[in-house]
Design a protein around this ligand. Structure first.
Ligand code: GLN
Length: 536
């Protein structure tokens, strides 16, 4: 029977429930359990696809094309197993399901209410992955902070679920904050006491408290928290600020979070976790033998969470190359032909980021012109690849007005254009080319060399595509389509022939980079940047 773990948060948001969930899952997985993590978000959007990255950070896309919360990225990076639509549910989706059923007449005669109809639908969704038979343990992260009005139905659903599942089948981990008051020179437990009281008011006794803190919590403080919050002292887990998120599984191991969880669920903890590969990765991450500076040109640079998966993919690829990757954010809006040299000086490689809309578009093109002409390694992702195509069209093929129809709908040279089947779609949510598509790589290309094979599958999230009417001209002039979708002939990768590393991908390689499997295109881009750094 599948066991369920719920992770709630108290005191403040941003304590890192996602990382704690992923770290616990990693430890359980390393002991041989089949684990998955799902996130329930209390906002009304059906999914985060329509949210501005400034609001919510990056939108993470799964194999099956779900647009999801960025925490799912952490789950995949830690566990190296794919997630799906079922792993991310919002209030909006819960209500949509219930309202659709109401319209179908499923509740005829009944008043449809938050309790029991919404809570029943939440509980049904808690169970979907558990009932697939694929997992021994399902961890459910509840977004938001306990006490928020909007998370109430989720908290109530957790209470009911735990009660129905019975002892030892479900448990609640509450993540909380132990602030340090500098003036008093003390760690304070009161916010945690209050937060647990609030959970108790809702009928939930947390089984384990994970306490975020900047200073070690000593035995006295642990005792006090245990006494006031009705938990065993070994269920008070310290979670110190870590140097990197990838340290957290080992910190949790030291605190025996996994053992405490397993004994409460009456599961064996005989097998010691096998974390050899993880420790090997950490060793390489922390002991780099070289250093590269890579520019990330994008328009959401004020909020690094907007590029979470790209940053993490650099961490993985850096460790693989035993090289520290220093990412420098460069706002594309400020880039002009006049200042490109100055703004990009000293970089060993440039990544042009994904994005939507016109703002910063011309700056991205300038950055690409500069790195193409100066043989600086370049990696373009999605919009970044499209910009490379536009740049090449304008400056090499001499179509001065070449553009993407996303930016200039009336351009006479739409080298990037909307797919036919996208043209009649009016809704914005969930209507892009989304999720995994296959791609054939050209033998002898940089892409094929990186992957070490010629048939791959990668995840997409976009509306516009390389316009194949221009394909022959581009190829003849040296920008080669090295990855093609075998089903529809769409160009998925372009690369420059006579350049140390100039690769643009229409898909999002960063979404598939994990600790266990760093992405080949990132590995080779970092390696090329390293080679450039050594020469210059
Ligand atoms: N805006 C572009 C498109 O829709 C690129 C999207 C992206 O970078 N994810 O095709």
């Amino acid at each position: 029977m599948t066991k369920y773990i719920f992770v709630t948060g108290g005191v403040t948001s941003s304590l890192g429930k996602g990382i704690i969930s992923a770290s616990l899952a990693k430890l359980l997985q390393a002991r041989g359990y089949r684990v998955t993590i799902q996130k329930f978000d209390p906002y009304i959007n059906i999914d985060p696809g329509t949210l501005n990255p400034y609001e919510h950070g990056e939108c993470y896309v799964t194999e099956d094309g779900a647009e999801t919360d960025l925490d799912l990225g952490h789950y995949e990076r830690f566990l190296n197993t794919p997630t799906s639509q079922a792993n991310n549910i919002t209030t909006g989706r819960i209500y949509q399901n219930v309202i659709n059923r109401e319209r179908e007449g499923a509740f005829l005669g009944k008043t449809v209410q938050v309790v029991p109809h919404i809570t029943d639908e939440i509980k049904r969704n808690f169970r979907i992955l558990g009932e697939s038979g694929e997992y021994d343990i399902v961890i459910t992260e509840i977004g938001g902070t306990v006490g928020d009005i909007e998370s109430l139905p989720f908290v109530e659903a957790v209470r009911q679920f735990k009660w129905e599942a019975g002892p030892n089948n479900a448990l609640v981990i509450h993540l909380t904050l132990i602030p340090f008051l500098a003036a008093a020179g003390e760690l304070k437990t009161k916010p945690t006491q209050h937060s647990v009281k609030m959970l108790l008011e809702y009928g939930i006794q947390p089984d384990i408290l994970v306490c975020r803190t900047e200073h070690h919590i000593n035995a006295d403080i642990r005792k006090k928290i245990a006494l006031f919050c009705n938990v065993n002292i070994n269920a008070v887990i310290e979670s110190m600020d870590a140097q990197t998120i990838y340290d957290v599984p080992l910190l949790m191991l030291k605190e025996k979070l996994d053992q405490t969880v397993l004994s409460k669920l009456k599961l064996s903890h005989k097998n010691e976790p096998d974390l050899e590969n993880w420790k090997d990765f950490l060793g390489r991450l922390k002991n780099p033998t070289s250093d590269v500076k890579i520019g990330l040109v994008g328009k959401y640079v004020e909020l690094p969470d907007a590029y979470k998966s790209i940053i993490e993919a650099f961490v993985h690829a850096g460790a693989k190359n035993e090289c520290k990757v220093r990412v420098q954010y460069i706002p594309s809006e400020g880039l002009t032909p006049e200042n490109a040299i100055e703004k990009l000086r000293g970089l060993h490689g440039v990544l042009v980021a994904p994005g939507f809309g016109e703002r910063g578009f011309e700056g991205k093109i300038e950055a690409i012109r500069y790195v193409r002409e100066n043989n600086i390694p370049f990696f373009g992702i999605c919009l970044g690849m499209q910009c490379a195509v536009v740049e090449f069209g304008r400056n090499v093929l001499n179509y001065k007005d070449a553009s993407s129809t996303e930016m200039s709908p009336a351009t006479p040279n739409p080298v990037i254009d909307m797919m036919e089947d996208q043209k009649n779609i009016v809704n914005k949510g969930g209507t892009m080319r989304l999720g995994a598509y296959s791609c054939d790589l050209k033998k002898g290309s940089k892409a094929a060399a990186a992957y070490g094979k010629t048939h791959i599958s990668e995840r997409h999230r976009h509306r516009y595509e390389f316009n194949n009417q221009y394909l022959k001209e581009y190829e003849a002039a040296g920008l080669v389509p090295s990855g093609i979708n075998p089903d529809n002939g769409l160009v998925e990768i372009v690369e420059l022939k006579n350049h140390p590393y100039f690769v643009g991908a229409q898909f999002h390689p960063e979404l598939k980079s994990t600790v266990a499997n760093p992405h080949p295109l990132f590995i080779n881009f970092v390696a090329a940047s390293l080679a450039y750094a050594r020469k210059n």
